[in-house]
Ligand binder design. Structure first.
Ligand SMILES: Nc1c(NC[C@H](O)[C@H](O)[C@H](O)CO)[nH]c(=O)[nH]c1=O
Ligand SMILES: CC(=O)[C@@H](O)COP(=O)(O)O
Length: 159
């Protein structure tokens, strides 16, 4: 079943985020997509009370480099959660599979190894249109969904 709208959230169900600090690591591959995901994430964080100076944004070359970029964000910045933003689109070869598997497992490993949650905001799509639909198109913006997830995980981290 196709993704339902990724952008809806009920602020009444979201923890107060004004004291939280967030890191966002963004892949430069498919920048039209990843910049829309970033825009959605930042706008949602601010809508939930996060101040601009509490949002740290770093760029990395591709989704595979999100692993190292998020590790450095977690270990060198005082953040309550990290959002990893990328967009991998199937090409002619199996490279898509290895990039997707690599970044997925890498972010799993970071969540196990460290005390700062890393939220998986990586679109892994068969076509460009699928990516467009999920980064501010007809299915919403996964950046919004992941910003809300990051706030909830930052709150959970306090226990
Ligand atoms: N094809 C895509 C890539 N490929 C590049 C890798 O992520 C990585 O930067 C390279 O293998 C060097 O380590 N990356 C994406 O984010 N999206 C793609 O569609
Ligand atoms: C996911 C990728 O790295 C992919 O876009 C590269 O394209 P190709 O598989 O045609 O080399």
């Amino acid at each position: 079943m196709a993704t339902t709208n990724l952008s809806y959230y009920d602020k009444a169900t979201i923890p107060n985020a004004k004291s939280f600090r967030f890191g966002i690591v963004v892949s430069e591959w498919n920048p039209d997509i990843t910049q829309n995901l970033l825009k959605g994430a930042v706008e949602a964080l601010k809508d939930c009370g996060v101040t601009e100076d509490n949002i740290v944004v770093w760029d990395v070359p591709g989704s595979f480099e999100l692993i190292y970029g998020c590790k450095k964000m977690v270990t060198s910045q005082k953040v309550d959660a990290v959002i990893a933003i990328g967009n991998v689109i199937q090409g002619e070869t199996k490279h898509f599979d290895f990039v997707c598997e690599g970044v997925t497992q890498g972010i799993v490993d970071l969540n196990i190894a460290h005390e700062t949650p890393v939220v998986f905001c990586v679109l892994t799509d068969n076509t460009k249109q699928q990516s467009i639909d999920r980064s501010g198109g007809k299915l919403g913006n996964k950046g919004i969904e992941c910003a809300i997830a990051a706030i909830k995980m930052a709150a959970l981290r306090q226990f």
